[in-house]
Design a protein around this ligand. Structure first.
Ligand code: PNS
Length: 164
């Protein structure tokens, strides 16, 4: 059997403890994990793809077997380029399921070798999302229980620069 290689794609705008929990779980299941940051221009991200990559790297400075990179275009093209045909996605609740199911089936239609594996995060993180964390930060709330300190600092700098 070759090296077990998987991709964990997402927008990660920004990375939360929920994402980190999934990275941690996936990195135990695979020899090599690529955390793939989508440009996601259509979602008008708060952080540039470069910033999102460096926030993830800052949050996991010592993670053997984990590589962080950005990508543009289709996930299936990245899978072919990286020769990694397992995609990891986190499932928090039933509400995630419909979109995730659609995406998994579309990806498999585009590339039949591709399998999607869903992992569930620790219960404490099932309510977390990047969107809700940004809203709390924008309105001056404390996000330190939800994101690594590097991310909390950058959110503060983006939304509340005068309070630095
Ligand atoms: O964190 P997100 O925003 O839920 O991640 C969604 C993501 C980036 C995994 C998805 O939008 C994606 O794979 N984008 C790349 C473009 C692509 O392949 N689209 C077709 C997938 S059905």
């Amino acid at each position: 059997m070759g090296v077990r290689r998987a991709i964990y794609p997402g927008s990660f705008d920004p990375i939360t403890f929920g994402h980190l929990d999934i990275i941690h779980r996936a990195s135990h299941l695979f020899d090599s994990l690529i955390v793939a940051v989508a440009q996601s221009e259509a979602k008008q991200p708060l952080f540039s793809a470069n910033e999102r990559v460096s926030l993830i790297k800052g949050a996991i400075p010592h993670a053997p077997g984990v590589e962080v990179r950005q990508f543009d275009g289709l996930l299936v093209d990245l899978a072919r380029e990286e020769n990694a045909f397992v995609v990891i996605r986190g499932l928090r609740a039933i509400s995630d399921f419909e979109f995730e199911f659609q995406m998994a089936l579309m990806n498999r239609r585009l590339e039949p070798r591709l399998e999607t594996i869903f992992l569930t995060p620790k219960e404490d993180y099932t309510f977390l999302s990047s969107r809700i964390v940004k809203e709390v930060a924008r309105l001056g709330g404390d996000v330190t229980p939800f994101v690594p300190s590097v991310v909390a600092d950058r959110l503060k700098a983006k939304y509340l620069p005068h309070r630095e």
